[in-house]
Structure formats: C-alpha cells, structure tokens
Design a protein around this ligand. Sequence first.
Ligand code: FAD
Length: 526
Amino acid sequence: MVMSFQFPAYFTAIFIITRVMSIMKISKPLDVHHKDIRAVDLATKLSVDPSAIESASRDFGGIVKAEPEAVLHPSAPQDIAALIKFSYSNSVPFGIAAKGHGHSVRGQAMAENGVVVDMRSMANNRRNGTGIRISIDRLYADVGGEQLWIDVLNATLEYGLAPVSWTDYLYLTVGGTLSNAGISGQTFRYGPQISNVLEMDVITGKADFLTCSPRMNSELFYAVLGGLGQFGIITRARIPLQPAPKGVKWVRLLYDDFSSFAKDQELLISKNGRKDKSALDYLEGSLLMDQGSPDNWRSSFFPHKDHPRIISLITKHGIIYCLEIVKHYDDRTKHTVDKEMKQVLQGLNYMPGFMFGKDVGYEEFLNRVRSGELKLKSQGLWDVPHPWLNLFIPKSQISDFNNGVFRGIVLERNITTGPVLVYPMNRQKWDDRMSAVIPDEEIFYTVGFLHSSGFDTWEAFEDQNKDIMRFCNKTGILVKQYLPHYSTKEEWVHHFGSKWKVFQHRKYQFDPRMLLSPGQRIFNNN
Ligand code: FAD
C-alpha cells in the first residue's frame, strides 16, 4: 500500500525522524522507499521544537534537568506502542518516559537523550484518546492513563458517582499516581489508589499491548501498580466507583503532645471497614510550626479570628500537631452526621477549645488544594524548587522520629515553613504483590516534608533531608521513601529489600532492554 502525504507534512515527518534517529545514533535507516508507514506516522507526532524539549526537561521539583532528544505527542495508544517498538527493535535503543503531568520532583518523568511521551496530548485529542467512560450499571470508570484525577472526579460526579481513594491534589494523572501508590486521608480505610484498580491496558517495554487484571496477565498487573513506570505505560485503568456523598463535615483538632496525637490517630484508623458506617471517611495530620499563618498553601482552614491564639500556641510549644478528620454525608444522613461526628470526638485528647469545624461540598473538599495553588501561581511562587521528602515510618518508631526529627533536626534548623504531613495507615489495605514498597508493620505513618524554596536556597532543604535520612539510618528507624529517589543501584536494592528480586525479574520480563522511565534511575544509574 502506498500512502500519499501532503508534501509539507511528509517532508517534515521524514526530516524529524531522520534527525531524531541521527542524533540518537540509531542504526536502522528509515526505509523511505518502502514507505515505513508507522514510522512516518510516528514522526509526525515527534517534536524537536525547543519549547517542547524545554518543557519535557523540567518537572515540579525544579531541581533536576535532563533534555530528551524529542517529545512524542501521541493521539492514541498505538503511537506509543509504535515508538516503543521502534526503540526496542533498534540495535541502539533509546529511553522512553511517559510524562503525565510532570509533578514528580526528581526528574522521574524525564528521559535524557531519549524520548518523552507527553501523555496529556491524548487527553487533548478526545476522539482518539481513551478519555473517561463510565459504566453506571457496573459502577466503574474506564479512564485513560493521561487523564487528570480532577477530570475523573468531574466526569463521575455527573452521574452521582466517585472513586473512593484520592490524592490531596487532583491535578495529577491517573498513570502518574498509579505508578507510585496514590495516598491521602482515605488510604487507611480504602487503601491507596493502587488498591482500587480493577484492570488496566498497558504497553510493555517490548511494545506488547496487553490488558491485565488480577486474573489476566496478573504478573504485569501487580508489577505496574506502584511500579515507578518500569514495566509498561498505562493507557487505561478501570476504577471502581461508589455513590458520591453530597458534603463533608471537616474537623481539625490541635494537640501539643505527640503521643496523644498519635494515639488518637491510631484509635481512629482502627475503625476501617469499607462498609463500616461508623468509620471516618478521611484522616490526616500535620505539623503547625512556622510563626506566620497557621494556614498554608495546601488549605486555608482556621477562622482568622483564631489565628492569634493558634500562633501563640505554636510559639509556646515550637510544634503543634493538627489532626484532620472528615465524615461524609448525603441527603439521607445529613441530619445525623453531626451526632456521629460528636461521637467520634468523644474521648479524644485534643487541647480543649482547639477544635475547628467546617461543612463543605464534597467536590470542594476533594479539590481543596487547588485554591492554594492558584494563589501561589498568581504570586509567582508555584514554579519554584520543591525539595520534597516523603517517607513511610513503622508505627513502633514514629515516636523516635518525632523526638529526633521533628523536635530535633527540624526545630534546630528552623528552615521548615511549608506543610509537613504525618498520618497513619493500615498495611492490610495494601497488596504486597504490587511493586509499591511499605514498612513491614501493620500500622505505618506517612511523613511528607513538602518544602517550597527559593532558587538559591533549595540546597539547605536538601541538606536537611539528608540529615533526616542519616538520622534514621543511624538510629535504625526502618524508613521507606515514598516517591523514592536514589542515585545508586545499592540504594535501590536496599529500598526494595525482599521485593528487589521480583522487581528485577519483572523488569527483565516486561522491559528487557531497559527502555522505560529511565528518569527513575533504577536500572540506568551508571
Ligand atoms: P509524572 O511526574 O508525569 O510521572 C511520574 C512517574 O510515572 C514517571 O516515572 C513517569 O514516567 C511515570 N508515568 C507517568 N504516566 C505514566 C503512565 N501512564 N504509565 C506508566 N508510567 C507513567 N502523591 C500522593 O500519593 N498523594 C498526594 O496527596 C500527592 N499530592 C501531591 C501534590 C502536589 C502538589 C504534587 C506536585 C505531587 C503530589 N503527589 C501526591 C505526588 C504525585 O502523586 C506523583 O508525583 C505523581 O507521579 C505525579 O503524577 P504526574 O501525572 O505528574 O506524573
């Protein structure tokens, strides 16, 4: 079959792919005479435009920069499969990274000298993209890997439905969070987002386009969930849905004492049955530390009139612990939810007079971080370096962590001003067959230092992060990084621990030429 191209498009295609191939030193020449249709088609979607390269070289972290040779703007999963096939079958393969929304902080979605796949191009091209399709009868949504969770929320709410497990911030892609875990205040009860996937379509590093689930290609299914993009590119995920609540009762409680705070958190997450009506719907915790406003970009919550007394508490104690809980309600339960919340609060040991409540719509609650983002953007403070550190810590060592890190390193250094999250979750809600790595204990905490810094001050935060990791190593705190980043193979082997052999085996099985997500620097860190 001979394809007829309009001259300029055909010429541009040949030019781009030839250029990409020569830059990458790809040996197989493009067979123009035989009209290698797929390759030419692919070339029309590859860009070497400086602005596309620049944008693919950066991420939310603003610390790492790595330039790809080209950016693929796929309009359908077949374009991604063609690109992977092209690299896989070449004598000198090149790295390929799916970039969701680029909200990694350490270059995880970059591909130095390779090709970045701009997944969001498929969202822009709804005709060919996988989009969001909802099955009302069977209570699930088929969602393209390129879709943002905010769009999933809006689409499902139109039918009065919603997924059950979220991240705090919704402008992240489905493929991006499923490659990590996707955690938030619902995790203690429903598990992370990776525990809430029924099946997926995945293009492996061998360009096989497979549907996988716990019953079909299950090894691939479990590999990809929490798999840091190492085994395949997720083009569709089937997410279970439930009837969406109407609104939420949202409460924050302040503590000056860590052990009461942790004890109350652990008590509250012990009620965690999916169908248990008395269980909370959301639980998180954070530190209040800086002397400025008790609010931060993640949410503004406390009434202005209470700011002075909260600030004076912080000044007195150095750190105040804030427990945050939510109970959903719908038309049926809106008259009883206050009573239920009262029952939840009974017997908790927060500081008398330091309970604050709000009643907001469900969507407003889930999308609570957005207004802070827009405010920071308007002040030019969103696109700054983010030297974040996210950790999982076993329950038995969280008190040592509080003493040594929060009350030690963090207070001594006195540079932390942004959000610091600390809340527990239940291991039983995770599935150990998946690639995500968590501590061994039944209850473990997540701690997130979500620093924003100046362009010339991020190294001070990085030093603090290193200090924290050194402290944990020295004192034997069995910490695991969430959204991990390491620079040596030994560190990765240590991170995965008993899961390393399986992780490595799966890599050989699904991506033997080590093409995918090279920015994670797990198999290409030399
Ligand atoms: P990217 O950064 O684009 O990609 C991340 C990794 O996944 C890369 O290795 C990439 O190659 C790979 N990847 C991307 N798409 C695919 C795909 N379709 N198939 C296979 N691999 C793919 N995380 C939480 O768990 N909970 C939170 O509450 C939370 N809040 C956040 C708030 C903010 C403001 C930010 C910036 C991040 C937050 N994160 C949170 C972290 C976030 O979940 C991860 O950084 C996630 O990877 C970002 O999604 P993304 O779409 O930007 O992915």
